[in-house]
Design a protein around this ligand. Structure first.
Ligand code: DX5
Length: 229
């Protein structure tokens, strides 16, 4: 299992905001800055109003990086495509609860395939939808923007959802927040119980990615792992 064990705060660059023309170099830059994991936003133009990339991009990057590959499936049929991402080198696969009828079965399939499993919920989805499956997942992802595009504003009402998810899963499961995260927003989200921050624009829009990552780390340091406010 390459997903960092719960108990640390992780900054996870989202490659959706990186320069696709030199993706391996972009990944090498954030890896050199000390992150442990990167996220791949897989979009099908159906579940979300955008199309990103598929298993070939993950497979192309795998030989170039030792990072944990966190693959978020924002697609309508994740069970049909998950195995291709596992073969491509994914270490962790997150699916959206809004897209799967039998989530427990799917989590079991992912574990059997040798990856860790995560369940995601959109801003408008109630935490009650994941009560049964969350205990079997290594990570729960709270979308803090409506999925589909990078560069959006953080939705303030999602901070409460982060708190509810942390209360639901306890300390042994990672709680990931994704969308609109910046050094200004990060302390609040960590304060609500998140420990894994997905960041696209606030890292890749900067020339100096290492400095951008250091700024995020500094912003959250004093909020590290306290019980939610
Ligand atoms: C949006 C994606 C996010 C996004 C994050 O649907 O799931 O991962 O790329 O990028 P920023 O940090 O720019 O909101």
């Amino acid at each position: 299992m390459r997903l960092p064990k719960a108990g640390t705060i992780e900054i996870v660059p989202s490659v959706l905001a990186a320069d696709f023309g030199c993706l391996a170099a972009e990944v090498a830059q954030v890896e050199a800055a000390g992150v442990k994991m990167i996220q791949f936003d897989i979009m099908d133009g159906h579940f979300v109003p955008n199309i990103s990339f598929g298993p070939p991009v993950v497979a192309a990057l795998r030989p170039h990086s030792l990072l944990a590959f966190d693959v978020q499936l924002m697609i309508s049929e994740p069970r049909k495509h998950a195995e291709a991402f596992v073969r491509a080198g994914a270490d962790h696969i997150t699916f959206h609860i809004e897209t799967v009828r039998e989530p427990l079965e799917f989590v079991e399939e992912l574990h059997k395939a040798g990856v860790t499993a995560g369940v995601a919920l959109n801003p408008e989805t109630d935490v009650l939808r994941i009560v049964d499956v969350a205990p079997y997942c290594e990570m729960v992802l709270v979308m803090t923007v409506h999925p589909g595009f990078g560069g959006q504003e953080f939705l303030p009402e999602t901070a409460e959802k982060v708190r509810q998810v942390r209360e639901l899963v306890g300390p042994a499961t990672r709680v990931e927040a994704d969308g609109g995260i910046s050094p200004q927003i990060a302390p609040q989200v960590i304060g609500c119980g998140a420990d894994t921050l997905v960041v696209g624009t606030a890292i890749f829009s900067r020339k100096d990615r290492a400095a951008a990552i250091a700024e995020l780390r500094e912003a959250v340091e004093h909020r590290a792992l306290r019980t939610p406010d």
